[in-house]
Each structure stands twice: as C-alpha cells, then as structure tokens.
Design a protein around this ligand. Structure first.
Ligand code: ATP
Ligand code: MG
Length: 378
C-alpha cells in the first residue's frame, strides 16, 4: 500500500514554535527521508472559517503567511503538495456524506471539540460548521487515502474519530477508505508545547506564542520574560523543572551539540536539570542558553523566509499547482466513494442497461396481459 501523508494548519495566524515541534519539523524530516509516495500539506481555510466566519480577511491574509512558514521551514513543493482546502470541492462533498455516519452525541463527546467550544465561549451558540469540523477533518484525511498524519497530541481525538468513520464507511459500503495512523512527536514536550506564559498550549488564539518569523530581538525578549518556577526566587534556591516552561522548551529543542557549543560546562540537559533542582543555577543563565538554542534553530528559517518574501507570486504559484495535484487525487477517491455509495449513476452502464431491460420486460408483460385479456373476453 502506498505511504501517504496528509496534515495541515489553520490560516489563523503565522506559525509558531509549537506547530514546529508538534508537526512541521516532523513533516520536513519525513519528506526528506524519501520514504513516502505522496505528501499533502493543507492550509485549512474552510476550517478556519468555521470559527472566524465574520473575519474572512484574517483567513485570506494568513494563507500566504502559513505558506511562507512552510517553505522556510523546508517543505519542498517538488516533493510535497502544498494546497488550500477550499479549492478542493471534493472535500466538502465527502464531508456531507460522512455526516450520515456520525451521531450528534459522538461529536459532543469529542474532547478536543469540547475544550475548543469552551475556549471560544461557544457554549450556547456553536456554529454547526464548527461543531462538525471533526467530520470535515476526516474528509480531508481520507480523500487523500492518507496512511500517516503527523500532528500534535491535541489532534488525537480527531484521528480516532476519522478511524471510526472509515470503519463505518467500509462496513456499510464496502472496503474503500484507508484508516490513517497518527504520528505523534517522539518527545513528550513537543506533543503539546506550552505557551510562553506557562499556559497548557501555545496557541495562536491565546497570544502566547513565539513565531517562526519573529526577529531575533523579539525571540530574545519573549524568552527572557518567560514563565519559570514561581518558587525559585534566589539563585541558591532549589528549583522545579516540571511545569517550568523554559525547561520544557529545552526538552523540545536542545541537543547535545547545543551544550557543546553554548554551555560546555554541562554534558547534557539532564545535568543542567539536576543543578537547577539542587539550587545554585539562576533562571537568567538557563534562559540565555534557551535563547541561543532557539536562535540557532530559527535563524535559517528566518533567512529563507526573507528570500521567499521577495517573490509572493511564486508562493501563490506553488499553492495553485499543489491544489491542482491535490484535487486530482481527491477526485479519484471521490469517484470510488460515489461508486461504493451507489450514487455513480452516469458511469454505471450496467445500471442503465439493467433498468432498460426491466422496463422492456414490464412493458412486454403488460402487452401480453392485455392480449390475453382481450382473448379471454371473446
Ligand atoms: P488555533 O488556535 O487557530 O486552533 P493552533 O495554534 O491550535 O491554532 P492549529 O492550526 O489548530 O494551530 O494546529 C496545527 C498543527 O499544529 C496541529 O498538528 C497541532 O497538533 C499542532 N500544534 C498546534 N499547537 C501546538 C502546540 N502548542 N504544541 C504541539 N503541537 C501543536
Ligand atoms: Mg487548533
């Protein structure tokens, strides 16, 4: 079976380092292994509109920002199709069919939907489109027959729901769709990177982000004012590493090479953590190290972005080509889906022939019946 990746982001803002460690970094690695037959990276504008209905300009303006982040992070249009969700009408069609396979109660139980409804104060006024976005996400994944979905931990309930829809569809209509596997980041800190304020998740909607496109001074300022251990007041105090955002970021980003380069007095992160726990290690020193690590990671991304920003028509060309490739694939799947669902009327010559024959036979029987009837009266 072909190995296929589908994943994406909502164009509700520029991408941040949570996206990077949660999904983007992995996509680029997977792309560069050459192990995958097809890679689709989607800018989910239709999904973004489900909770930004009144703000189409925001979504429109952020398409190019997300595309620039993709290209500068290393996604290569020659190997990955970068496309825009709304340009693939098959995805909307597929969502509509999937709606029959999911109950309202099941959607209400989806933990991600639950918490996002709360976050947006939607309790009493949930747009139906927002409520059903897990269904549309299932359509996005399955339209490409994706086998692998590299995403952060918040997406786990979505993938589970997708797998359920696939099983139900295949059971009712016959084996057609592919059940995708989630591919979570391999380190705990990257599953759900907290915000710079220590909140559970770095999120565009919460304004606690370090963006991939932030300049060096902005990154430094954000790092130096980051949340640490509120109980660690004096350098000599023992400090807590758990729930300490600076250390969580180091978990997600730092390597042994970073220690050799910027903090050679420590072997690795474990040694640094041990010192912090014992006491005698100040926040400023750790933050300066984190700043060095982040700058080293982000600088090449920033430089590539500056290049792509000079040629915005090229970026749109990439998206247009990617959308064409994506639509071809989705159209192929949809024709299989329509056949399985028995709604492929015009392509089914057998159906037309069989119905014609049935009508002919009925007519013949009627004629025969009338002939006998007339004969009987004689
Ligand atoms: P929004 O607030 O508009 O929902 P978001 O910041 O949650 O935006 P999404 O576009 O919903 O971002 O998520 C895109 C991808 O990035 C998903 O794979 C998601 O798992 C991952 N992701 C988002 N935030 C984080 C994070 N803080 N840590 C790890 N992964 C993340
Ligand atoms: Mg989100």
């Amino acid at each position: 079976m072909a190995k296929i990746i589908l994943t994406g982001d909502r164009p509700t803002g520029r991408l941040h380092i949570g996206h990077y460690v949660g999904s983007l970094r992995r996509r680029v690695q997977l792309q560069n292994t050459g192990d995958f037959d097809e890679i689709y990276i989607m800018i989910a504008d239709a999904q973004a509109l489900t909770d930004n209905m009144e703000n189409p300009e925001k979504v429109r303006e952020n398409i190019v920002e997300v595309a620039l982040d993709y290209l500068s992070a290393g996604l290569d249009p020659a190997r990955s199709s970068l496309f825009i969700q709304s340009q693939i009408p098959e995805l909307t069609e597929l969502s509509f069919y999937y709606m029959n396979l999911v109950t309202v109660a099941r959607l209400q139980r989806n933990p991600t939907v639950k918490s996002e409804i709360q976050m947006r104060n939607f309790e009493n006024s949930i747009p139906v489109g927002f409520f059903t976005y897990p269904i549309s996400q299932a359509a996005d994944i399955t339209a490409f027959k994706a086998t692998t979905v590299p995403v952060g931990e918040d997406q786990e309930p979505m993938i589970e729901q997708t797998r359920e829809i696939v099983r139900k569809f295949n059971y009712v209509y016959g084996e057609t769709l592919v059940e995708p596997e989630i591919l979570l980041p391999d380190n705990e800190a990257s599953m759900r990177l907290p915000g710079t304020d220590g909140q559970a998740k770095m999120s565009k909607s919460l304004g606690n982000c370090i963006y991939l496109s932030d300049d060096a001074a902005t990154v430094k300022k954000k790092v130096m004012s980051m949340f640490t251990d509120p109980g660690h007041l004096q350098i000599s105090d023992p400090g807590k590493v758990e729930g300490n955002t600076v250390f969580t970021y180091l978990d997600a980003f730092s390597t042994k090479a970073h220690f050799e380069e910027y903090l050679p007095e420590y072997q690795d992160l474990e040694e640094l953590k041990a010192h912090y726990r014992r006491g005698g290690l100040g926040d400023v020193k750790v933050k300066k190290f984190l700043n060095n690590v982040l700058q080293e990671t982000l600088e090449p991304i920033r430089q590539r972005r500056a290049q792509y920003e000079k040629d915005i028509p090229y970026v749109y060309e990439v998206l247009k080509k990617g959308s064409e490739t994506a639509e071809n694939k989705a159209a192929q799947t949809l024709s299989e889906v329509r056949r399985a669902m028995r709604i492929d009327y015009f392509d089914d010559e057998e159906l037309i022939r069989r119905q014609q024959q049935a009508f002919n036979e009925r007519k013949a029987r009627e004629v025969e019946g009338r002939r006998r009837g007339r004969g009987g009266r004689k």
